[in-house]
Design a protein around this ligand. Structure first.
Ligand code: TYD
Ligand code: MG
Length: 460
């Protein structure tokens, strides 16, 4: 017999605790624990008698469900999904509210529907008219997409069982509910169970399920993190508010590579692909300004050139401020410490601000050298030549470590008119350097390259 009891569940990570607390012990999120009523004992519908024996199959058995990949024709979207959507796959697209998740999915689904894929768009947030208005604005009103406005998972599942569908969009999973669960929509129990049921039916019938998940900082709604392990592919839609650029990033993909990005620009008529992001990211660059360095980064399989901006100003605080947009704070502290200890530079009395221009979030350590160059330039006031790019990892001893995909980075830099690349020295010494490569071994070489006097170089 099933009985109901209260559980306290973290809406960020799904951890369950016996009593309420201000901070989740598992993920350290504050104010994210909410009381939920859960049924203990066997859930309704599960038979108490013995189960049936499973029919096993071997590896050679032909895959039934996966016919081919459905490509949308939106190249930036297709690349991030690893070459298109697969039948029966469960995809989660997470992001802040208002970032453009509904827009990108409507565009993708309309493109697929026009190619003959039978698509349904179920929204628990917007009315059918609202979706229609959005489609009108995107000039996609002719696409044969079936619309529905509901949050009832039971109804959606019945429709998935009876209608001939290839793909269903659920916008958003936090508005979905199963009526025999007492918790409100958006709680961990509802979100998890709804997603589980939808994914299960999708897999069974070979229907691709695209789930939208809002990221909420306040923990009022269960975040996409509680679903990440249940789905095949997780995409995050990122972007800075006030910037038109949006980056779609694959963080998990059972059907393709991760760390791949797709770059879009939010325009009047929806999201427009940015096939050459480097040009856009560098378009606003001001030359002859100190504190600006160009990084030749690799995002997924693609080289991207992006401007790193640093500002060093004398502080009026007892503890100088360090602020970062688009990069890791811990890594900034490390680069500052290396510059202080190995090159004798002094940032102790200054506030340091670092920004990756254009709203891109860089994660690779190959950005270290460009960050160091921007910081040195900001501190000394010396302007970095506008035709120079940087890449390379900086070690704690100040040594410059090699990074992957050197050729790809250099090719992109040459394509965009850059003449010189300050990069790591090749450890094997066998391969000759491509034209324009200026290899360095130590961070102090960077200081002298930028024609600044190193104050005190500590040899390692
Ligand atoms: P939306 O897709 O509704 O975001 P989400 O589903 O992630 O919450 O995007 C809404 C924002 O996008 C809104 O601020 C308006 C803007 N937008 C445009 O600028 N152009 C467009 O063509 C559309 C459809 C939206
Ligand atoms: Mg939306």
């Amino acid at each position: 017999m099933a009985t109901s009891k209260s559980n306290y569940i973290c809406q960020e990570c799904g951890a369950v605790s016996a009593k309420w607390a201000g901070k989740c012990e598992a993920c350290n999120a504050w104010n994210s624990i909410v009381e939920e009523i859960v049924e203990s004992g066997p859930p309704k519908g599960v038979r108490s008698q013995k189960g049936r024996a499973i029919i096993f199959s071997d590896l050679k058995t032909k895959t039934k469900n996966i016919k081919s990949r459905h490509t949308t024709g939106i190249a930036e979207f297709d690349r991030v999904t690893g070459g298109g959507l697969v039948d029966g796959m469960a995809l989660l697209i997470g992001g802040d509210p208002g970032i453009g998740k509904s827009t990108i999915l409507l565009q993708a689904v309309c493109a697929l529907a026009q190619k003959g894929v039978k698509c349904a768009y179920v929204s628990g947030e917007e009315s059918e008219d609202q979706i229609r208005m959005r489609a009108e604005r995107l000039e996609l009103i002719e696409a044969p997409v079936q619309l529905a406005s509901t949050g009832n998972v039971r109804d959606i599942i019945t429709s998935m069982e009876t209608e001939a569908l290839d793909l269903v969009v659920i916008d958003s999973i936090q508005t979905m509910y199963i009526d025999n669960i007492e918790s409100a929509p958006g709680t961990v129990t509802q979100v998890r169970t709804s997603a589980q049921e939808l994914i299960r039916i999708g897999k069974k019938r070979g229907i691709c399920v695209l789930l939208v998940g809002h990221v909420t900082k306040e923990g009022q709604l269960a975040g996409p993190r509680v679903l990440e392990h249940m789905v095949d592919t997780v995409l995050y839609f990122e972007g800075e508010r006030g910037h038109p650029f949006r980056i779609l990033r694959a963080v998990k993909n059972r059907f393709g590579p991760t760390d791949e990005i797709g770059v879009f620009e939010m325009a009047e008529k929806g999201l427009v692909e940015v096939p050459n992001p480097s040009e856009i990211f560098l378009a606003q660059r001001q030359e002859d300004v100190s504190g600006s360095a160009v990084l030749a980064a690799i995002e997924g399989t693609r080289p991207v050139l992006v401007e790193v901006q640093a500002l060093v100003a004398s502080t009026s605080f007892a503890t100088p401020r360090r602020a970062v947009v688009g990069w890791d704070m811990g890594r900034l502290s490390m680069i500052l410490a290396v510059l202080e200890a190995r090159c004798g530079m002094n940032f102790a009395d200054s506030d340091v601000y670092l920004n990756i221009a254009g709203g891109l979030r860089i994660q690779e350590p190959g950005a270290d050298l460009a960050i160091a160059a921007a910081l040195i330039s900001a501190l000394t006031g010396a302007v970095i030549p506008s035709e120079t790019v940087f890449f390379g990892e900086v070690g704690l001893a100040g040594e410059i470590r090699p990074t992957m995909q050197m050729d790809l980075r250099l090719k992109e830099a040459t394509k965009l008119g850059f003449k010189e690349a300050i990069c790591p020295a090749n450890p094997s010494k066998k391969k000759s350097y491509p034209a324009g490569a200026a290899p360095i071994k130590h961070i102090s070489d960077l200081v002298s390259r930028l024609q600044m006097e190193p104050k005190k170089v500590v040899a390692f």
